[in-house]
Design a protein around this ligand. Sequence first.
Ligand SMILES: NC(=O)c1ccc[n+]([C@@H]2O[C@H](COP(=O)([O-])OP(=O)(O)OC[C@H]3O[C@@H](n4cnc5c(N)ncnc54)[C@H](O)[C@@H]3O)[C@@H](O)[C@H]2O)c1
Length: 316
Amino acid sequence: MATFLVTGSFGQVGSDLIPQLCKKYGKSSVIATDKYLPHADMPCEMQVVDVTDYKSILEISRERGVDCIIHLASILSALGEKNNDLAFSVNFTGTYNVLKVARELSMKMVIIPSTIGVFGADTPRENVPAITLTRPASIYGISKVFAEQISSYFSKKYGIDVRGLRLPGLISYSMPPSNGTTDYAVDMIIHAAKHKQYTCYLKENATLPMMYMPDAIKAILDIMSADRERLRYNLEYNVQAFSFSPKDLENELQKYLPDFRVSYVPDYRQEIAETWPRSLDISESIVDWNFNPSYDFSGMVRDMYEHLSMGDMGNE
Ligand SMILES: NC(=O)c1ccc[n+]([C@@H]2O[C@H](COP(=O)([O-])OP(=O)(O)OC[C@H]3O[C@@H](n4cnc5c(N)ncnc54)[C@H](O)[C@@H]3O)[C@@H](O)[C@H]2O)c1
């Protein structure tokens, strides 16, 4: 039985992943950590671990016999542009620290999500393959290119099984998103569910790859249990369920609320979005580890709208 330490557990992904991890592997196998403890309860042990502090990750991992770290702690794209130093310390140093601890303790596996933020203006915009030019415009993207490259280095040089996937914009009702470029989608649905108009910070035609959170959690669990022999990459697996623009989402929400209107006032996040692809080639994820998302665009909007109309959001 593996013992998992999850960093950045109380963010958008961790809040949905931890309960599923506990369900699959047992509560006593999971240690949920973050820089701060949350107000809400978690179904497993919670500890404070700052990923910029190598010793604190090492000590708890050694004491508790951790053999897999799921490294979610990160500063996302929009906040990273506002605070480069913070993004550098959490995303570069934090990721390096996690890999060093895994090497020191000869861990079985490390999981690190990457992102569509690794792509840049030189990357093709449509059906982007896994291996392509990755010259991102944001410090967040640069830090994730670093994560991809250093993971591959640790895997080849030290034999550590590091796995991950390039998540697209994630949509979830259980936790508000924090400081990503694709957060508008959740915000827009929240506004519609409250019968409020919405002002979007991206242009109406800013089409981006996206996925519903239940499919993202399933994808993380699936790649964790995939046969290593079948995996040709470490973190470079593209995943997405659909692509849509803010206008597509506005139109879809009008099926539920015909009077719903969005105004478009692009800010600095539009510049980030313009360097990201509109769609990804996910064929290698399907072949190598059976990536198979369940929700299409309409199904996701219906489910989100129903949950948010019932007030199902952690907080705002
Ligand atoms: N949410 C998305 O749309 C999305 C898309 C692509 C990739 N990802 C990736 O998924 C992973 C999780 O993202 P998320 O959406 O949950 O992010 P989030 O911002 O919601 O959560 C990140 C968590 O990291 C924690 N954290 C920050 N600094 C820390 C530190 N020094 N030490 C320990 N914890 C710290 C925060 O407290 C927060 O709980 C990240 O690697 C992110 O790059 C997310």
